[in-house]
Design a protein. Sequence first.
Length: 284
Amino acid sequence: MLDLPPLNPLILNDLVAMALREDFGRAGDITSNAIIPATRRAQAVFRAREAGVMAGGDFITATFRALDAGVEAEIAKADGARLAPGDIIATVEGPARAMLAGERVALNFLGRLCGIASLTALYVEKVQGTKAAILCTRKTTPGLRAAEKYAVRCGGGMNHRFGLDDAMLIKDNHIAVAGGVAAALRAAKAQAGHMLRIEIEVDTLAQLEAVLATGLADIVMLDNMPPALLREAVMMTKGCVKLEASGGVNLDTVAAIAATGVDMISVGALTHSARVLDIGLDID
């Protein structure tokens, strides 16, 4: 089982409040309020309808507790656990109105995050036996980045930077505006503090040579290079910088990319193309 620090509760509760405000609109759950007595209680069971990886259990608790402090949630599957069809993920008991009002919000978070964790796990399995780590990117749903990157960790992946202020990442457009690889790296190094790492993107071995000549980069992103060029890049660098492969990565290509000896493989699809995992909620 993965040892996962929980998602920051401030972020968790803010996301739940945002989603509930969106769903409740101006008048709240007018259907449940009309037909369900305020004193009625119910029990809800979350079940996996297909295989996958668990992520986002805290969203279940936070969603229903935000609606009624009397709700009790028992999470049966820890984040990072494997799910089989029919597995009980969680049981929630409390006022029936809270069960019905929070159902969709809880399922939306759970299905989305489990889907990301499940897709990440498939990529991680493909690169087993190599040193390559699977990384997510900033190609996330606006507002949900922290949660989606947490789900990547649940699936066994690692996080690239969370935002523009985590590290310096010099992309092709930066290089074009700055006047070349060396000029961009010198300018970045002049501004970077001792704790800040510098990564630069290259798409040719000539650019990689220019980067190595400066000695200023900590990480080099090898953009859209086929495996043959990636292997050459690994031999050129001899471990003096970390190498990250990016672009053209999918479940069919990731194993060959990892076999070249790169240190990291970034996969935007983990968060921008993950399918929602099918999870149901049944109220007894």
